[in-house]
Design a binder for this molecule. Structure first.
Ligand SMILES: Cc1cc2nc3c(=O)[nH]c(=O)nc-3n(C[C@H](O)[C@H](O)[C@H](O)COP(=O)(O)O)c2cc1C
Length: 366
């Protein structure tokens, strides 16, 4: 599927406005999600081989997940497993519904296989999302794989009230998903990344854990622009606040050097950069977390994964699960299957029996 998508479908899609293509595609996937025949055909084409992973008490059929921001409104929940994903992270959602930033707010940097976005958490609010998820459950179309929800802070909520805002969203959604991710790392909500500060994050997790009587795993998603010192402060909270893992990383505010004037124009846009230029930095962050926690804290690796080698790099650095956003835009709907298949083949070649061995043996060689 990779070749026909890249040569035939992608040129048509990339000739249109990026957000319009996104909305159209999600709408289409929503229709497919509601039709049993279409779902089954999709599953026949795109099913991944099995590569089970157990993490924070959940069973994942494979380690390749859909990253936050792609299905913000949960319009296509049943389709991600049919496209071969081992889990999905829905949202980001905020307590208050909000329109996000003005359009245009997604830009393709095609020559670098990257995206700049400043969506600003456009979403219909935690209660509307809860209703949507309840509908999928009621209709018996809930996927077998774990489902996570990405929580952001409402723009109108002042930073001092952030803990309440996250806890309100969590209360509305806690019974409807398997794990939650506290997103304090999006560059597109003013001041949000200040919440990565230890005391602010401590307050957020304290408020959420108070609501968490069924002990749902709650992870935190970090920015690739954090210093290792700031990252270590966050890791220091993991035990006291029962943080189940780290999602590393969100998009970056940094930009690569380039002489290409078309890229320069895109990179001058405000927003977070994702895709290939993010790959190395996000891997570096993962490696640091793995080293600091001696592999004891689960890491979800995300940033610039386009193929099985990129996935292997993240897993070697210490990720137990990985996620994809921009890679799917550039490589097409078969990306999860291609990556899982590539991982299985490489594990056979290198005589590795489970994914955990990969990171531990890589760390031993450093
Ligand atoms: C258009 C767009 C919207 C996104 N929205 C969110 C979001 O709501 N919450 C979040 O935590 N990350 C969001 N992300 C970040 C991705 O989940 C991911 O961390 C990042 O894009 C790096 O992965 P990639 O290089 O595979 O795209 C968004 C990314 C893009 C491109």
């Amino acid at each position: 599927m990779g070749w026909p998508y890249k040569k035939l479908v992608r040129p048509i899609l990339f000739a249109q406005n990026a957000e319009r293509v996104h909305d159209f595609t999600l709408k289409l996937l929503g229709h497919v999600s509601r039709n049993k025949f279409a779902r089954d055909v999709t599953g026949k084409f795109f099913a991944s081989p099995e590569l089970p992973v157990e993490m924070f008490g959940l069973k994942f059929p494979n380690p390749v997940g859909l990253a936050a921001g792609l299905d913000k409104f949960a319009v296509a929940v049943p389709i991600w497993e049919k496209l071969g994903f081992g889990f999905c992270e829905l949202g980001g959602v905020t307590w208050h519904p909000q329109p996000g930033n003005l359009s245009p707010r997604i830009f393709r940097a095609v020559a670098d296989e990257a995206i700049v976005n400043r969506m600003g958490f456009n979403n219909s609010g935690a209660e509307a999302l809860a209703q949507k998820l309840a509908e999928w459950k009621k209709n018996g179309r809930w996927p077998k794989h774990p489902v996570g929800i990405n929580l952001g802070k409402s723009k109108i909520t002042p930073l001092e009230k952030a803990a309440e805002d996250y806890a309100d969203s969590f209360r509305a959604l806690r019974d409807l998903a398997d794990f939650f991710v506290v997103n304090v790392s999006s560059p597109n909500t003013p001041g949000l990344r200040q919440l990565q500060d230890k005391s602010a994050l401590d307050e957020i997790f304290a408020a959420m854990q108070q609501e968490n009587s069924t002990r749902k795993p709650i992870l935190v998603k970090v920015a690739p622009d954090l210093s290792f010192e700031a990252l270590d402060e966050i890791l220091g909270l993991a035990k006291t606040r029962n943080i189940s893992g780290i999602v590393a990383t969100n998009t970056t505010i940094s930009r690569p050097q380039t002489n290409d004037s078309r890229l320069q124009k895109i990179y001058a846009e405000t927003g977070g950069l994702s895709g290939k230029p993010l790959r190395a930095r996000s891997t570096e962050i993962i490696r640091h977390i793995f080293k600091q926690t001696r592999g004891q804290l689960p890491i979800v690796g995300v940033g610039g994964i386009f193929n099985a080698d990129d996935a292997w790099e993240k897993i070697s650095a210490g990720a137990s699960l990985i996620q994809i956003y921009t890679g799917m835009i550039y490589e097409g709907p078969g990306i999860a299957k291609t990556i899982v298949r590539g991982l299985v083949q490489r594990m056979e070649r290198e005589r590795v029996h489970n994914l955990k061995e990969i990171a531990h043996s890589a760390a031993a060689k450093i």
